[in-house]
Write a protein that binds this ligand. Structure first.
Ligand code: COA
Ligand code: MG
Length: 291
């Protein structure tokens, strides 16, 4: 999943519009983009929309409210019947929260006649100061876990920071740390690392720079808040023709060299990490329909 578009779960207009975006995943949000007074109606609107739209286009995820809000169970009850692709859990404190959600989903799948283990989980895993110290705990938390992402907005509120960006628009140190730990935590847990939102949704150039940096570092997708961000994200996270050709050449050179640990191509050395990287590139190209 390259692009993940957030849509406020209480906005029928935006929900309808999400169907015409090219997002790989649409996240119907019951959490931060919905005011407390609207939580109940957002559940109803979201569930009705999902019932009507589920076989149509993108993967539909639901972002529920965090486990400590007392709202999570009602969120889940409202939407599970409509069989979302997955549940995004915000403000997780460690892998134990994912295991906790896994247990809830197992019960709800049984109640709704859904095959055990079908519903996936993604976690927003860096939204509090404490959660930065547990980003290595997601490995083995649940077979359902398919993505980890991070958030700067709630983390900055928890840290008491004035902003998460410096005067040049770059992330400041605490958020660079959260980003890097999320990437490493996701890879360690053998799940997809997804970069956080870029909130200046009219700044296409800024978004492109941030997507390219995320892709360079190992993220394989990015959250979005506006439909106009989707094409830029999809393009950035789809391996280019040149990249695919290079990866194919590396894999072929290793294959032709038998069981060699190291090969050379045009005076450059390639060993096992390069082979693994090339294989990952082709796997991503395949997912993006590029093979
Ligand atoms: N999903 C679907 N449609 C969206 C959308 C989204 N995330 N964001 C905007 N749109 C729609 C608008 O409704 C509008 O539709 P229209 O052409 O039929 O009138 C169109 O896209 C253009 O929107 P625009 O006028 O540029 O932006 P806006 O001022 O209406 O909305 C935001 C700006 C930030 C409020 C809106 O993008 C949004 O709600 N984003 C998601 C926020 C969210 O979920 N946050 C939680 C995660 S951090
Ligand atoms: Mg938030």
């Amino acid at each position: 999943m390259r692009s993940w578009l957030f849509v406020p779960g209480d906005s029928e207009k935006k929900l309808a519009k999400s169907l015409t975006s090219n997002a790989d995943a649409v996240i119907l949000d019951l959490e931060d983009s919905v005011a407390l007074a609207n939580k109940k109606s957002a559940r109803e609107i979201t569930a009705a929309f999902l019932q009507g739209a589920k076989n149509n286009g993108p993967a539909f995820w639901i972002r529920v409210n965090a486990l400590d809000t007392g709202l999570t169970d009602d969120d889940l009850k409202a939407v599970m019947d409509a069989r979302p692709t997955g549940i995004m859990l915000p403000k997780t404190l460690s892998g134990a929260d994912v295991t906790h959600l896994d247990a809830k989903l197992t019960v709800l799948e049984a109640k709704n006649n859904i095959e055990d283990g079908t519903t996936l989980i993604s976690a927003v895993a860096s939204e509090t100061a404490a959660s930065l110290f547990t980003l290595g705990t997601y490995q083995g938390a649940s077979k359902r876990l398919s993505a980890l992402t991070w958030g700067a907005e709630d983390l900055s509120a928890d840290l008491g920071a004035q902003t998460s960006r410096d005067n040049d628009g770059g992330l400041t140190d605490p958020y660079r740390l959260a980003r890097a730990l999320c990437l490493a935590g996701a890879v360690a847990a053998e799940t997809q690392p997804v970069d956080t939102v870029f909130v200046n949704f009219r700044d296409d150039d800024g978004l492109k720079v941030e997507c390219d940096a995320a892709c360079r570092d190992g993220f394989t997708g990015k959250l979005a808040i506006h439909p106009n961000q989707i094409d830029i994200i999809n393009q950035a996270f789809t391996p280019s023709e040149d990249t695919i050709q290079r990866a194919t050449e590396i894999i072929a050179t290793f294959a032709n060299a038998g069981n060699a640990g190291v090969v050379s191509i045009n005076g450059e050395m390639f060993d096992r990490p390069h082979l693994l990287r090339a294989e990952k590139t082709l796997a991503r190209a395949k997912l993006a329909g590029q093979d």
